[in-house]
Design a protein around this ligand. Structure first.
Ligand SMILES: Nc1ncnc2c1ncn2[C@@H]1O[C@H](COP(=O)(O)OP(=O)(O)OP(=O)(O)O)[C@@H](O)[C@H]1O
Ligand SMILES: [Mg+2]
Length: 239
């Protein structure tokens, strides 16, 4: 059973749908990436999964529980967390305080979970009393991911976690993503860099104009004429 199932999801900001008929799954132990040109609806889909936008058709299931109409604040408690593309940390709070905020969604003492996370995120462990605003962009992205992990989610959705980072720090972030995937959390990542997505993930979905007609194992997607697909020729065959 997939940790995340999106079935025939249609959503948008007003009456006109931006994404139409998206079906996608994310499995524990796998990394699933979403790639596609600017404006294709990748962030719109991510926001719809976590209830920031609402579906007009379709269903979203986490571990077989239907969360489609669930109140937004209950969704993390049900195992689905999301790290937005921008502005994803509280800059005036310390690393530790950011992690504490992340843990608010679950009841009880979160200190053990924080220590567990800080043993994986070593860059953050050394900066735990530093204000997030003083961290580098890459470290802030890691903090945003770490904060989302505080609820020990079943699925984490990351919207372009490496945007604007140096190649070296991009590697650091992807290493962390691999570590997360090795735990019991399914990972769904929006990634700007197609080569990177193909290299790092198990399954790839190509979003073009709000649809994901082309998807499959990374090894199969790698054989397709991606340039043509990105230009909207969903029927493009491999070369
Ligand atoms: N808040 C909004 N209100 C209205 N339309 C929006 C809003 N945000 C995005 N859109 C529109 O929805 C479409 C999809 O945008 P979205 O941000 O989902 O694309 P994306 O694939 O994430 O792009 P990028 O690669 O640039 O991040 C675009 O046409 C965009 O202009
Ligand atoms: Mg986006």
């Amino acid at each position: 059973m997939p940790a995340l199932q999106a079935e025939n999801v249609t959503a948008g900001y007003g009456r006109t749908p931006i994404i139409t008929g998206i079906s996608l799954t994310a499995e524990v132990g796998s990394i699933t990436t979403i790639v596609g040109p600017n404006g294709a609806g990748k962030s719109t889909f991510a926001k719809t999964l976590v209830g920031i936008l609402r579906t007009t058709t379709g269903r979203i299931l986490v571990d077989d529980v239907d969360i489609t109409k669930m109140a937004g604040h209950l969704i993390p408690r049900n195992g689905l967390v999301y790290v937005p593309q921008n502005d994803n940390v509280f800059r005036n709070l310390t690393v530790r305080e950011n992690l504490e905020v992340g843990g608010f969604a679950v009841k009880g003492d979160n200190s053990a979970r924080m220590e567990e996370i800080l043993t994986i995120f070593t860059d953050l462990a050394v900066a735990r009393e530093k204000k997030a605003g003083y961290l580098s962009g890459g470290q802030q992205n890691l903090l945003a991911i770490a904060r989302a992990l505080m609820v020990d989610p079943k699925v984490i959705v990351l919207d372009e976690p490496t945007a604007g980072l140096s190649p070296a720090y991009t590697d650091v972030v992807w290493n962390q993503i691999e570590l997360i995937s090795a735990t019991q959390t399914a990972v769904l990542v929006v990634e700007q860099n197609v080569e990177r997505a193909l290299k790092q993930s198990d399954f790839v979905h190509i979003f073009v104009a709000g649809s994901n007609h082309v998807h499959g194992p990374a090894s199969e997607i790698a054989t397709l004429d991606l340039a043509s697909i990105f230009l909207g020729r969903a029927d493009a065959k491999g070369s």
